[in-house]
Design a protein around this ligand. Structure first.
Ligand code: SF4
Length: 792
């Protein structure tokens, strides 16, 4: 079977051909076709600046009005305000600015604090087929969901339901399962520590560890790669380290769009003389020049140049690149009589260095240059910067992790840092940058399908039960189990599972097989539209809203990318009196499902979140005096051995590792596709249909590709092509993309997700971490019929 074989589409599917647009059936779960072609303009040469301020104001005013915009934004990331619900970039430990947010944080907040409402009347008016035909942006624009909604079996639309009926239905379906392992409970990175801990408790009391989460899709390779080599799966730096660094490597990451406040730290570092190296297939505007919107004078000038060196690595050329940099350092070390590598540190604190040296000696330079796409001269420059820097920070994101060799990529970076002793000293360290505000905290408090025996035993002791010990399903495992009919109830605590996951058609089929799907959500998304036979939407409070429980107003806590746990307190009245907090919804599900089978009073825990935090303190190491310390303004750091110079591996030593250079079969005109996001996008949330920094507007179906690759295929700018991915004999197809010549290495291409998720086979995952390999997909281009194209 090929995935673009019509026989594999749901029977009820009808083609939705619209003037050259895509023709996939709406039930496939893919975003619908675009009615007109995207426009391609000039790329921005500078990030942020006036345009960013204008975009922030325009978006905020449109969604919230002027007064509410100021009231809300001035509380974002303040010590007594609420945490930005977007990325996990840390806040300063000391004084904070009045406006402690970026353009994308403001968009996320405006999206949540919008005055628009998706009411029961809205759902009565719009059938699910009607909603499926709308774009992701249109769905996002409909505003906050204000009432629990139910899609009954066979119904073509949602209807309102009471909370009690909703909980009873979920409890009935869960209790009817022959085994608790036939349910899966997903968590998105928005959930607070309190909601996540309660959820993990409920799920384990129900009897399973089926706790897939969004971390399975973004930094699972970082967690494994780091734990194996340094003993902890998190960053080893603090925010203040950035101003003490001599060099910062930004690898497979686009901070201008994905973590914009990081540019402020990079700007400060650059002004201190720090050398910034950008390693990425695309030269992203955010790392070229930055005009800090916080500093009016900077807006008038040309901005601060950030990266002094750009390494245009091929998609998934990182193992070869880091070997090249290390090989150059090795040669320099030998030439200098051992003055480049930190030999004393290597001897005292690490294992495996000799094997690494042997591997580097065996790799010919030509191969390293060809496979990385980076010239030896550029590698030499990078080695010189790393070799000169006493303190260097290495940051990365999904450009590194979402490959079949994602763990090897992470460990290649670790090799470089260890060789120079760049861990455990001020101004130096490793920094996987997390994409969602509390994805790291959720994992810390127990959202993982593979939590270890010490956590499970502490949880069981605290609550007087025997948690299941068998590992549960991760995200990929859950999709496959749903598809095979082995998981029949799917619950999502936030997120947009369908659009975040790979293999869209397969995942849509998987969700459709379930007896019940439950989404705990603030706003409408595609996961509400491709559902099980029955579906519930349980609307919850957003971060920006006040959370009133029986003992009074509550706050929640979150952990940022550097391991700081801090409070988040909403300031706005809830969008509807019907909304419940995430902990309250979890407690409602738990109470209805577990009934007399548990002695835990979930209601009492929700009445006062301090009680939940006390339990976390007893179960999770590092949370001593949680309730007191989290009331300190700015919160507290969790313990981090490597940051303090102590590797927490089994033998207390860090490990160098050796990895083969990955091979890709790119015969037959194939390109290696990486999926990316636009500047008007946060994960799967589409705020608008432009990508200002890359010059794209009014649409998203574009393919960035090297002009020479177009010439070779006799294609040209603006033509419409289908992207066809190759997985053995199987073919997957994403239709109707405009070709945009771009500065990207030969043999590589880039396009936005979720539109291209359909091309990613669910089985194409990183070795060891099982993370979907969404950033190295072999594709060919098929030109669409000229007649179809002419109409587009
Ligand atoms: S950098 Fe991230 S956390 Fe900070 S305001 Fe921007 S989106 Fe929010």
């Amino acid at each position: 079977m090929t995935r673009d074989d019509p026989k594999s589409a749901p029977e009820s599917a009808t083609a939705s051909s619209t003037d050259g647009g895509a023709q996939h059936p709406p039930e496939s779960g893919e975003p619908p076709p675009e009615l007109s072609p995207p426009e391609v303009g000039r790329r921005a040469r500078t990030a942020a600046g006036f345009t960013s301020i204008l975009a922030t104001a325009k978006h905020g005013f449109a969604e919230m009005g002027v007064t509410r915009t100021f009231e809300t934004l001035l509380a974002v990331n303040q010590k007594d305000g609420f945490d930005c619900p977007s990325c996990a970039w840390p806040d300063p430990d000391g004084e904070r600015r009045t406006a402690e947010f970026c353009e994308n944080g403001a968009k996320a907040v405006a999206s949540e604090a919008t005055r628009r409402r998706a009411t029961p009347e809205f759902f009565a008016e719009h059938s699910i087929p009607d909603l499926l035909a709308r774009s992701d942006h249109w769905l996002e624009e409909q505003g906050r969901i204000v009432h629990p909604m139910l899609r009954r079996a066979g119904a073509d639309r949602y209807e309102p339901v009471t909370w009690e009926e909703a909980f009873a239905l979920a409890a009935r379906e869960l209790s009817a399962l022959p085994s608790p392992h036939e349910a899966a409970f997903y968590t998105s990175g928005r959930a607070s520590n309190e909601a996540a801990f309660l959820y993990g408790l409920f799920v384990r009391m129900f009897g399973t560890n089926n706790l897939p989460d969004c971390s399975n899709m973004c930094h699972e390779s970082s967690g494994l790669g780091l734990t194996e080599t340094i003993g902890i799966g998190k960053a080893t730096v603090k925010l203040e380290d950035f101003e003490h660094a001599d060099a910062i490597f930004v690898i497979g990451q686009n901070p201008g769009t994905c973590h914009p406040r990081m540019l402020t730290e990079l700007e400060r570092a650059a002004k201190n003389g720090c050398k910034i190296v950008s390693v990425n297939p695309l030269a992203e505007s955010g790392l070229i020049r930055f005009k800090n919107p916080q500093h009016p004078l900077s807006l008038l000038g040309r901005g601060t140049p950030l990266a002094c060196l750009f390494l245009p690595v091929r998609v998934n050329g990182d193992v070869a690149l880091f070997k090249g940099i290390l090989k150059q350092l090795l040669e320099d070390d030998r030439a200098s009589g051992g003055k480049v590598f930190e030999h004393e540190f290597i001897r005292s604190h690490t294992d495996g260095f000799d094997a690494l040296v042997e591997d580097l000696d065996a790799e010919p330079w030509e191969r390293l240059a060809v496979e990385s796409g980076v010239s030896r001269d550029l590698m030499r420059e990078a080695a010189e910067l790393a070799g000169r820097a006493e303190r260097a920070i290495y940051c990365w994101a999904m450009g590194i992790t979402q490959h079949q060799n994602g763990v090897a990529n992470v460990q290649s970076i670790v090799n470089l840092a260890l060789s120079r002793g760049h861990i455990g000293r001020r101004g130096a360290g490793l920094c996987p940058v997390r994409g969602h505000s509390n994805v790291q905290g959720d994992r810390t408090v127990g959202i993982w399908e593979k939590m270890g025996p010490s956590f499970l035993s502490a949880l069981g002791k605290e609550f007087g039960f025997e948690p299941p010990s068998a590992h549960g399903l991760d995200t990929v495992g859950t999709i496959q189990a749903m598809h095979a009919g082995r998981v029949k109830v799917f619950v999502a605590l936030g997120g947009n599972f369908l659009s975040a996951t790979p293999d869209t058609r397969y995942t849509a089929e998987a969700l459709s097989q379930c007896r019940l799907t439950v989404q705990i959500s603030t706003k409408l998304n595609r996961s509400h539209l491709v559902t099980g036979k029955q579906a519930l939407i349980l609307p919850c409070l957003g971060r920006s809203e006040r959370d009133l429980q029986a003992s009074g107003e509550q706050f929640v806590t979150v952990e940022d990318t550097t391991g700081v746990v801090h409070a988040s307190r909403g300031v706005l009245p809830p969008a509807s009196p019907e909304l419940r907090s995430e902990p309250a919804i979890v407690a409602g599900l738990a109470t209805a499902t577990l009934g007399s089978k548990t002695s835990v009073d979930f209601g009492a825990l929700v009445a006062d979140y301090d009680r939940i935090r006390s339990h976390i303190e007893h179960v999770v190491p590092g949370f001593t005096q949680y309730n007191r310390r989290v009331r300190d303004r700015g919160g507290f750091y969790l313990p981090n051995g490597p940051r303090e110079g102590r590797f927490t591996t089994p033998n207390g030593r860090a490990r160098f590792t050796v990895h083969p250079i990955p091979r890709h079969d790119l015969h037959g005109g194939k390109l290696l596709l990486m999926t990316i996001r636009s500047h008007d996008q946060f994960n799967t949330t589409i705020y608008g249909e432009a990508d200002r920094y890359r010059g794209i507007s009014r649409g998203r179906r574009v393919l960035f590709v090297n002009q020479a690759d177009l010439d070779e295929r006799e294609l040209s700018e603006g033509m419409l092509v289908d992207l066809v991915s190759h997985d053995g004999a199987e073919r997957r197809r994403a239709e109707a993309f405009r070709l945009v010549p771009y500065s990207i290495p030969r043999g590589c291409a880039a396009a936005y997700f979720p539109e291209t998720n359909v091309l990613v086979p669910v089985t194409r995952v990183a070795a060891g971490s099982n993370q979907p390999a969404s950033k190295s997909i072999p594709i060919t281009l098929e030109r669409r019929e000229p007649s179809t194209e002419a109409r587009a």
